[in-house]
Write a protein that binds this ligand. Structure first.
Ligand code: ZN
Length: 517
């Protein structure tokens, strides 16, 4: 019997994060740690917070968002409301090659100008002192270390000395608890980087047991070549590969995600990226899931929307903009012209009486304008369904925490949308399997030791939700709306969200990577 539990979820439908069968019981937390998860009935004391699930609500480990850009959001928005309201209790930061450290002196979504984030320890020190709501696990970003070492605007190979400096950044990050290296190979300066340079740096991540997480060089016409490059980097460096926001953009490329997943399956069957462990693609619901014995060579994540989003400056220019691009893209956040937000680029140009080139030139005329975020409609629903069925597919919101404009609804809706769309409406995932993809599977891959499963001794990260109600309500027109159907979110034992109300709990931690046992 758990003596004097601080918090008890009573009469819950327990989804424990392994993908195993649902069961009924109580979940108890003491001193921030789960002390009982359905094994025994728990007696509450007078000081115990009791949350009654009435035999109807699901209690799961807190969800892990494996693809975020929340590095600076822990300071700008320390309540992390847009993630906590989805049931997320841990966030992997530093994605797409951009991380908060080492500080580059720039001010953007992953960093804050003037911050002293020289390395992960400095970042941890500063953000821990100010306090934030959810846990974070850091990747170190290749673009960031290249900007810090070589500069943003130099289209050339790194010298041997520069490579040594960059390798030092990766090594130090791994020693300080990072979970691996990320790249963003469509962005500046990642797009100028050779495969060999990345292999060298991924080797330093591999030495620390970390993962290589990549926004690949191409997600459209040359998707399969990009997957081949990612697998080669894994094979040569010995680093397990994680493919970020797996997609095929552009109508002529729809369907390619199935080909790409077939390549991933072959690599896993062969164990051919050289990752530790047996590889192989386990079926859904296998006890323990993949990862506990070293993990598969290749894993992935996706977000359940047919539109993508990112910095517009990286996608188009006055010289290259086409009518097709302008038809399929809209302004999300446009600091100098907020009146453009939520409207397609083509529509704005027509309304302003400007050519597309003139409009883009006007928007990018200032440094502020170059921070514009756009949303591009280019994926197929069928590809989303193909993605969600894959047993090694995790969920990553890729939300951009820029709250001034009209952000992509994935920032507020990703995790509930998986349940509404793929568990309830289309029946492509079981409840237990959906929970595993958001908890046990990512915890193993990204080294969140003692999280991602409901078991005694695990951290007290919980989400309690109504499986018949949980839904996203954020839309492209009205994106900053918190989901429905989430009752409570508990982070490191602290009640952080209660039926639409955010408490002032700031119990998030900067986690340290632990290699799966
Ligand atoms: Zn990306």
């Amino acid at each position: 019997m758990a003596a004097q539990a601080d918090l008890v979820v009573r009469n819950a439908v327990i989804a424990d994060g392994t993908g195993g069968p649902l069961r009924y019981g109580d979940v108890a937390v003491s001193d921030g740690v789960i002390v009982s998860a359905g094994e025994e009935a728990v007696t509450a004391g007078p000081e115990t917070t009791v949350l009654d699930a009435h035999g109807e609500l699901v209690c799961a480990p807190g969800f892990i968002d494996v693809h975020t850009h929340d590095d600076a959001a822990v300071v700008r928005h320390p309540g992390l409301e847009f993630k906590v309201a989805q049931g997320c209790t841990s966030l992997v930061i530093g994605n797409c090659g951009f991380s908060a450290f080492p500080a580059t002196g720039e001010d953007d979504i992953e960093s804050i100008a003037g911050s002293d984030w020289s390395d992960l320890d400095a970042y941890r020190r500063e953000v821990t002192a100010s306090g934030f709501a959810a846990n974070v696990m850091a990747l170190i970003g290749h673009n960031t270390i290249r900007i810090a070492t070589i500069g943003r605007d130099l289209d050339r190979a790194a010298t041997a000395d520069e490579l040594a400096v960059m390798r030092g950044h990766v090594r130090r990050a791994m020693e300080q608890g990072a979970c691996g290296l990320s790249t963003g190979l469509i962005y500046t300066p990642g797009k100028w980087t050779s495969t060999e340079e990345i292999i060298e740096l991924a080797r330093a991540a591999a030495e620390g047991g970390g993962v290589y997480a990549t926004h690949m060089r191409n997600e459209g016409e040359r998707l399969l070549e990009a997957v081949d490059e990612a697998l080669a980097i894994g094979r040569e460096s010995g680093c397990p590969v994680h493919i970020s926001h797996h997609k095929a953009a552009g109508q002529e490329n729809w369907g390619k995600v199935a080909d790409s997943l077939a390549v991933v399956d072959r690599a896993n069957a062969a164990g051919s990226t050289g990752a530790a462990g047996p590889g192989g693609t386990p079926g859904p619901g296998r006890e323990g899931g993949p990862g506990r014995e070293g993990g598969p060579a290749v894993t992935l994540d996706f977000y359940p929307y047919t539109a993508s989003s990112g910095p517009m400056f990286e996608y188009t220019s006055p010289e290259t903009i086409t009518p097709d691009w302008a038809e399929h893209n809209q302004f999300a956040t446009c600091p100098p012209f907020p009146q453009y937000q939520g409207r397609r680029v083509a529509e704005v140009a027509a309304a302003e009486g400007l050519s597309l080139s003139e409009l883009v030139r006007r928007v990018f005329a200032t440094a502020e304008g170059q921070q514009t975020i756009s949303i591009g409609f280019g994926m197929s629903e069928d590809d989303l369904a193909t993605n969600v069925r894959h047993p090694l597919m995790m969920i990553g919101s890729d939300g951009i925490p820029e709250l001034d404009g009209l952000p992509h609804p994935r920032l507020f809706g990703t995790f509930p949308r998986i349940y509404a769309e793929y568990v309830r409406r289309r029946g492509l995932l079981t409840m237990a399997e959906a929970v595993r993809r958001m908890t046990g599977l990512p915890a193993d891959r990204f080294g969140l030791a003692g999280r991602g499963r409901l078991e005694p001794g695990a951290a007290g990260d919980l989400v309690v939700f109504d499986p018949t109600v949980i839904s996203d309500v954020a839309t492209y027109e009205d994106p900053k709306r918190e989901p429905v159907g989430i009752s409570w979110v508990v982070i490191n034992g602290q009640l952080t969200y209660d039926h639409g109300r955010h408490t002032s709990a700031r119990s998030g931690q900067v986690l340290s990577f632990a290699r799966p046992a």
